[in-house]
Write a protein that binds this ligand. Structure first.
Ligand SMILES: Cc1cc2nc3c(=O)[nH]c(=O)nc-3n(C[C@H](O)[C@H](O)[C@H](O)COP(=O)(O)OP(=O)(O)OC[C@H]3O[C@@H](n4cnc5c(N)ncnc54)[C@H](O)[C@@H]3O)c2cc1C
Length: 444
């Protein structure tokens, strides 16, 4: 494969797929179908605000929007462009709960906090939908998420998860779909049953983040792009510095997640950035698209290295997966196409138009990592693949905590987290080994 364009973290490839066609030399499918993107200025002066937010993805924008709606003066600094990180490139899937599932979540945080966390995850999806509706964000929101079991032991686990959520949390959004009924939803023989979450769904992630930015700007947030934060001077009023300006604030929100890099080493140690890729087929046409997926629901499977897919508004299949710890060696292309054909062999003649990747921040226990550094620096990161909905509640509870009401934030902040072993130098190679083990386990 030939690399046709490279920017700081996103590489794009051109190559011949097995069908003999070339992948398009454009950014991601999302870039090619995004609404017009405003240019926000870079910070070139020294300013003073109530809150300085670092990072222009869902977490940062959601916190900035909530804070501005509460009447605070907010500046948001983004190193690249709004939505440049995971928020502009992800699978767009909205699912209730947390990456380890609620049975394991209870073991980690206890029954009472697990119930609170569950409730927050349900609220997160509701809040996201409310924001889309209130701010009229045009982002192809669709309903339904199928969590599909790739083997019998996973089928059993999903049934136990459903039972726990029904009995303990009275959640009625889940429906069990037997393998025999799956052809009404998805035309593949890979799954031994699936849990349908009627409150789940999917959206165009880049158009959603652009809509959030428009809403934040409307609410008075001062947004700066191409403004990388280089240092944070702590104190009663922290000073946040970029190359050409400084922001003095009462509070700082760190929302750089997998892309924060070394700005705060304490945060970096708690997460590992794992690469995941997506390919987009050519438009399949309504008939062929509906022959693959009969409802609007998206699908994620239960493997540790999960595959996830859905139809786009113009009837392409967007197929994601193939995580690689800390590297982009598994960049989408023929490898991911092979995964897609394992699920849908009937797509062998279909052209792949786009291939891209991004980083997901994963914690050791796969629950999100929220906290404070000192009294006035807040952070939220490590949603471990559930950040589309969870980032909305992260922004809300951080904003509430900054305004003096920390009960919600503290439910997340008391989730116990351990650093990854190996320090910043060895944690990626160590996780690569672990991922290799899990890939092997998925295969077996
Ligand atoms: C390919 C892919 C598929 C995914 N699929 C799903 C899915 O289907 N469902 C789901 O729930 N989740 C999914 N995720 C995860 C989800 O996208 C993330 O959890 C979510 O977008 C995180 O949002 P965020 O705002 O916290 O971080 P990001 O969107 O990554 O934003 C962080 C921003 O901070 C900026 N930044 C970093 N350091 C600095 C600095 N020093 N100064 C200024 N700015 C800085 C970065 O440039 C970046 O724009 C996926 C992720 C990827 C990559």
């Amino acid at each position: 494969m030939e690399i046709v364009r490279e920017d700081a973290s996103l590489q794009l490839y051109s190559g011949a797929g097995k069908s003999g066609s070339k992948y398009k030399m454009i950014l991601s499918y999302y870039d090619s179908s995004a609404h017009p993107r405003p240019d926000f200025p870079a910070l070139t002066e020294n300013i003073a605000v109530d809150v300085c937010v670092i990072g222009g993805g869902y977490t940062g924008l959601s916190a900035a929007l909530e804070l501005a709606e509460k009447g605070l003066r907010v500046a948001l600094l983004e190193a690249e462009k709004i939505g440049w990180g995971a928020s502009g490139r992800n699978g767009g899937q909205i699912a209730a709960g947390y990456s380890p599932g609620m049975i394991d979540t209870e073991k980690i945080v206890g029954r009472a906090d697990a119930a609170r966390l569950w409730e927050f995850s349900v609220q997160a999806a509701q809040l996201l939908k409310e924001r889309i509706s209130r701010h009229r964000i045009d982002c192809d929101l669709k309903a339904g998420e199928l969590y599909a079991a790739t083997r019998d032991s996973h089928r059993q686990w999903l049934l136990e998860e459903q039972e726990l959520c029904q009995q303990r949390y009275h959640y009625t959004g889940y429906r069990w779909i037997e393998a025999a009924d799956l052809p009404d939803y998805v035309t593949t023989e890979r799954y031994s049953g699936a849990l349908m979450d009627d409150n789940g769904g999917h959206l165009h992630p880049l158009n959603y983040v652009l809509g959030l930015a428009a809403a934040a700007r409307e609410a008075g947030v001062m947004i700066y792009e191409k403004t990388r934060v280089l240092a944070i001077e702590r104190g009663a009023r922290p000073v946040v510095s970029s190359a050409a300006g400084k922001v003095t604030a009462d509070f700082v929100v760190l929302a750089g997640n997998a892309y924060l890099g070394g700005l705060e080493s304490k945060l970096a140690a708690k997460i590992i950035p794992v690469s995941t890729s997506i390919i987009a087929t050519e438009p399949l046409g309504v008939e062929r698209a509906r022959a693959l997926m009969q409802t609007e629901a998206c699908v994620a499977d239960t493997d540790f290295n999960l595959d996830y897919f859905r139809l786009s508004a113009d009837n392409r299949l967007l197929y994601g997966g193939r995580d690689q710890a800390g590297s982009r060696a598994g960049m989408a292309g023929d490898g991911l196409r092979a995964n897609m054909l394992r699920t849908f062999p009937q797509l062998a003649d279909v052209r792949i138009d786009f291939a891209w990747d991004g980083m997901v921040a994963v914690t050791r226990n796969r629950l999100p990592d929220f906290g404070r550094m000192g009294k006035n620096i807040y952070y939220a990161q490590g949603y471990s693949g559930q950040g589309v909905p969870l980032s909305s509640i992260a922004g809300k509870v951080m904003a509430e905590a900054i305004c003096g009401e920390a009960a919600g934030f503290d439910v997340f902040a008391r989730i116990p987290h351990k650093s990854f072993p190996g320090g910043t130098r060895f944690r990626v190679p160590l996780l690569s080994l672990a991922m290799f083990y899990y890939r092997l386990r998925d295969l077996l």
